[in-house]
Ligand binder design. Structure first.
Ligand SMILES: [Zn+2]
Length: 374
């Protein structure tokens, strides 16, 4: 993974943010300037000898806790590159299952490939039913995203009841887990909700792009090259595009929610667009998902006429967001680009951020005329 470097627009406010955090440390509230999403990993043990899954490497080594810790760090490095202030917190790693291995025992799922053996999600729904009946056996948590690792799954899946299942071989692949977490926060594939479209596999390929319900992602299909994405959206080859248009192509070609890890693009996936991050953020307000994170984001957009503080209906003024933010800290105020001509007094711990789209300034704009000495 090679996350995009930070952009200057966000840097400016991050400096202010750091200042605010120091300034308010005396309040004794939470000092951290990020919103944490709690992750609970469950390792399904073998029903034969009660061991952890093994990786498909020549030495066949056992899945270790530090592999999970490292992948969470890697995901956080990608999250940091988005400048939205969201991070994952590894809450726990639990072993589940027993030597019994009969349904509904968690070890029953040790050898199941939820990708190849379960195309219609029948088994996953059975597992969900077992979790609902025996939440303790499955170490199910309402206040964290539940990620189950088994031996045989040849990929990762999130389909029912916000249940994520991954195979041991993908435990160290950050973008795959981020992809599933993207689904958890209601992101769709960049090709729309067309299901798994693998090029060359008859009956499963798609020729018409779907819609992912995000404004700033252009039309996409898994089998397309950068040139084909460019031609479909802009009618010319990738190399002939303006820099900004190339960026739009790359935004889907390297998107976490795409299938472009496959040829012909074969990209390292690390991008999420501002529109996708907006959707992610609004989904954290949902009844179930609000339990898995601390803090929330309040959106401000000076062009807004609505006042809910969501991405779709942002506040029009910074002061409204400051008033709405939690008095005990932990919230983020996200300013969309523009000049906010208001005097803001902040007397609670809160973090201010700008987006990667551009600068946001608070107060009367500073001009050269004011600087000139007569
Ligand atoms: Zn997916």
């Amino acid at each position: 993974m090679n996350p995009k470097p930070a952009m200057t627009g966000s840097l400016t406010l991050t400096l202010i943010m750091g200042f605010l955090c120091n300034a308010f440390s005396t309040f004794g509230a939470e000092e951290d300037d990020v919103i944490k999403i709690r992750l609970s990993y469950k390792i399904i043990l073998s029903q034969r000898n009660h061991t952890r899954p093994h990786l498909n490497t020549p030495d066949g080594k056992e899945l270790r806790d530090d592999m999970i810790r490292e992948v969470v760090e890697e995901m956080n490095a990608i999250m940091a590159s988005y400048w939205r202030g969201y991070r994952f917190e590894l809450n726990e790693i639990r072993e589940i299952g027993s030597l019994n291995g009969f349904y509904p025992d968690p070890s029953h799922w040790f050898d199941v490939d939820f990708i190849q053996q379960d195309k219609k999600n029948k088994l996953l729904r059975q597992m969900e039913a077992a979790i609902q009946a025996y939440p303790k056996h499955y170490a199910w948590r309402e206040d964290a995203v539940n990620i189950y690792i088994n031996q045989a799954t040849s990929g990762a899946k999130r389909k029912v009841r916000d249940l994520i299942v991954i195979g041991a071989d993908l435990v160290s692949t950050a973008w795959v887990q981020l992809h599933e977490l993207g689904h958890y926060f209601d992101l769709r594939h960049t090709q729309g909700d067309l299901g798994v479209a693998v090029p060359g596999r008859s009956g499963e390929g798609y020729t018409v792009p779907g819609d992912d319900d995000v404004e700033d992602t252009i039309k996409d299909l898994p089998g397309w090259s950068r040139d084909e994405i460019a031609k479909h959206n802009f009618s010319i080859a990738y190399e002939k595009l303006e820099a900004q248009q190339k960026e739009l192509v790359d935004d889907v070609a390297e998107n976490i929610m795409s299938y472009h890890f496959l040829e012909p693009v074969g990209a390292g996936l690390h991008r999420l667009t501002e529109g996708q991050l907006d959707r992610w953020t609004d989904t954290t307000l949902d009844f179930y998902r609000q339990k898995v994170r601390d803090g929330r984001t309040w959106f401000v957009d000076h062009r807004s006429f609505c006042n809910e503080g969501t991405s779709a209906h942002p506040f029009e003024a910074v002061n409204l967001a400051v008033e709405a933010a939690n008095n005990n800290g932990g919230d983020i105020i996200l300013l969309r680009p523009g000049e906010y001509d208001e005097t803001v007094t902040i007397s609670k711990p809160v973090t201010l951020r700008a987006t990667r789209k551009g600068l946001a300034t608070i107060g009367i704009p500073f001009t050269l005329t004011e600087m000139s000495i007569q």
